[in-house]
Design a protein around this ligand. Structure first.
Ligand code: PHE
Length: 448
């Protein structure tokens, strides 16, 4: 690898750097916005259980596969498949991953923009400017959406232009624990409130009769989205990982942390929805919980306003500031995928590529800003269906084209004798048979 190439590709400074960056990619709006929304739309506790199973039994093995492919090749997803297979056709898997990532980033940016506008909403509200607060937080206002999408994409581009810096690694180290503390504190406040008990019960007492093909489809899509799987982010981040690192261990840490944050977010949002109802926000429509993309952006502010006074304002501002940081560490990883593809495959300079690719995706975001209903459609095609499709292809590719033995060789550079351990054997069975069959079965049954 030439000097410029390696400088432009970058590397993690440490194992912690990788874990933080990968956890930063995983923990984002998917945990705090998408997970509670999906849980509300799919019958509460039953969804939680299926989601946990999908994350640990399907997501975790696929994450190990992605990191191994990335680290073996030191390449972006397209380059990685090109290098590992003799047949050019396989690069289509990488191309599909890059397309999913690009399209997800386009709508993710609009929602991430809301985290910015809600920081200002909280400030206005705290200053008693209710009228301005509701004006700036109108998620149907295309112009406001557009302005904040531009702001958010600019931050993402700025970070990607300078490489994955120590700055962001250091920032995540402080911000992630802070996010956890605030989440736990808010949960404490919410669960002792009498109006929240119905939401708690809905979340923690699963009604197994609700489990059907649609629910499993949604839970699988959520697990892939939240763990940043199936669109090349993990392959790309794995490509910067040192050979001596233990892949099963880092994948387990990232998965556990991500699932924990999602679980906590559900523990906050579902009970908070019922509290919000008592303050006049309608949370039911046609007998079911409303679960549109804007849902949590209505529920959370009403919670902060209920807290009242300076405390409510401070908590509100801090929460949305942290949420925007969590979103930013995810958008970075989403933009890094197409950027690393163009750098690796076409040899252009990182700074230029980051700007042009970012601006191109921003154009799609601007379009979505004025047609917010597209978020659901894009999310369905590129996250719920697109990511698991790509997950199946990665499993099949690793097992039958690249071959599990080669993956074992790669993993063993940081975990001696992995193939002879129980985990190694179980992983092999999952990657070769269980994951592809379960994901495919799930995709087919829900489409039928
Ligand atoms: N995992 C991120 C989240 O939960 C979203 C994401 C998806 C990031 C795919 C990168 C790749 O918010």
């Amino acid at each position: 690898m030439s000097q410029t190439e390696s400088t432009d590709r970058g590397n993690w400074n440490s194992k912690l750097g990788f874990i933080l960056a990968a956890a930063g990619s995983a923990v984002g709006l998917g945990n705090i916005w998408r997970f509670p929304t999906e849980t509300a739309a799919n019958g509460g506790g039953a969804f939680l259980i299926v989601y946990l199973i999908c994350s640990f039994l399907i997501g975790f093995p696929v994450m190990m596969a992605g990191i191994s492919i990335g680290r073996r090749t030191n390449k972006n997803p397209v380059g990685a498949f090109k290098q590992l297979a003799s047949n050019r056709l396989y690069i289509l898997i990488g191309i599909w991953a890059v397309i999913c990532g690009t399209m997800i980033l386009s709508f993710y940016t609009v929602i991430a923009g809301w985290t910015f506008s809600y920081i200002i909403e909280e400030i206005f509200y705290g200053l008693g400017l209710q009228h301005w607060a509701s004006w700036i937080s109108d998620t149907e206002n295309g112009w406001i959406n557009a302005v904040f999408s531009v702001a958010f994409m600019s931050c993402t581009i700025a970070i990607i232009r300078s490489g994955v810096s120590d700055g962001i690694e250091r920032a995540t180290k402080v911000l992630m624990p802070m996010l956890l503390v605030i989440l736990v504190a808010l949960i404490g406040y919410v669960v002792i409130h009498p109006d929240s008990s119905e939401g708690l019960a809905m979340y923690l007492q699963p009604d197994f009769s609700k489990i059907n093909a649609d629910l499993i489809f949604a839970a699988m899509g959520q697990a892939f989205f939240s763990l940043s799987l199936g669109m090349g982010a993990i392959i790309t981040y794995g490509s910067y990982l040192d050979k001596k690192e233990n892949i099963p261990q880092v994948a387990a840490m990232v998965t556990t942390f991500d699932v924990l944050v999602a679980f906590l977010a559900g523990l906050l949002i579902l009970p908070a929805m019922f509290m919000a109802q008592s303050s006049g926000i309608s949370i039911f429509q046609d007998g079911a919980l409303v679960a549109g993309p804007e849902l949590i952006f209505k529920v959370l502010p009403s919670l902060f306003h209920n807290l009242g006074g300076t405390l409510g304002t401070v908590v509100g501002i801090t929460f949305f500031a942290l949420l925007s940081m969590a979103a930013l560490t995810s958008t970075i990883s989403l933009l890094e995928v197409p950027v690393s593809y163009v750098i690796d495959e076409h040899g252009y300079k990182r700074k230029k590529v980051a700007l042009f690719v970012g601006l191109f995706i921003l154009l799609i975001s601007l379009f979505i800003s004025f047609k917010v209903s597209l978020i659901g459609t894009f999310d369905f095609i590129f996250s719920q269906a697109g990511l698991p499709v790509s997950g199946v292809l990665i499993c099949l590719f690793l097992s039958y084209v690249w071959k599990v033995d080669n993956a074992f060789d790669e993993i063993e550079s940081g975990y001696e004798n992995f193939r002879h351990t129980i985990l190694g054997k179980v992983w092999q069975v999952f990657i070769m048979f269980i994951c592809p069959v379960v994901i495919l079965y799930n995709l087919v049954t829900s489409f039928l």
